[in-house]
Design a protein around this ligand. Sequence first.
Ligand code: TRP
Length: 333
Amino acid sequence: MKTILTGLRPTGNLHLGHYFGACQNYLKYQGKYDFYLEVADVQALTDNFNNPEKVRKNVREITIDLLSIGLDPEKVNFFIQSKIPEIAELTVYYSNLVTVARLQRNPTVKTEMSQKKELFGNNGESITYGFLGYPVSQAADITCFDGKLIPVGEDQLPLLEQCREIVRKFNSIYGETLNEPEPILSETKRIKGLDGNDKMGKSLGNAIFLVDDDEKIKEKVMGAITDPSKIKKDDPANPDICMVYYYHKLVSPEEDVKKVCSECKKGARGCVACKKELIKNMNEFLNPIRDKRKFYEENTKVVDEILNKGTEKAREKAKEQMKKIKHSMMIDY
Ligand code: TRP
């Protein structure tokens, strides 16, 4: 059975961008492959080394989010990155196979670096060795488990490409040992923010989180951007530039979506009524997720057990794979 592997940084709760951009694929593939889901605390520390409490707290938070959307711990091995020392070891070996210049050119690293000026300086002059090298560590994450299929959001593609390069280099020097991973993208690759921004993001302040309660949903949807040319409630408008319609398409039943579209174009629906309908549908979409979250919040022991069990299984797999790798590298003393 092929291995599917993905990771998430425990730095905050999941929002709809994560859900539609990547997590839907986790749900689709669970049970069909040997599935490893990494809570990437070591990677989270590369740009949160000065905030260990945040990372610690979010390991459990993100696991609860993932369980709440319907991932089944019988079908998915949840594990904590820092508890697999083989990943750190492999990172050291791979660091010989990649140039500093190549890492500096990695588009994902470049984007993230420019978003974190307070940490890495205006032009990245204070970038740390650890952050610059995190793609190498991510290549270790993947290949340590012989990860073949990697469900990720679009932003991760340069990291996957970097991993594939490392695999090829490894194989060319030490002999055919590793498999090249392949990304799997979701149908909806990128989710727009409430403000119409191309990307929903926590730091952009335009996200709907899976943990948002009724009150927050109401507040956020009421503030969503609509067609600015629509002034009066019976003005016809263009749903294609309206965030409310955009979210209707994500969470509302198909017949509602059609109605929203045609009524909006004809000027037969006001924005307030349309937003109220979206609030109702959004809550209906979130309710089952909220119910599951409540269970896990009240039973955090269950969550910790899921992580322990998954980590144990992951460790076994990593140990096996390391044996093979060390043999190829002639360091299997
Ligand atoms: N870099 C990913 C992110 O920021 C998280 C991640 C860590 C990952 N290890 C991985 C993704 C391995 C895919 C495969 O979201």
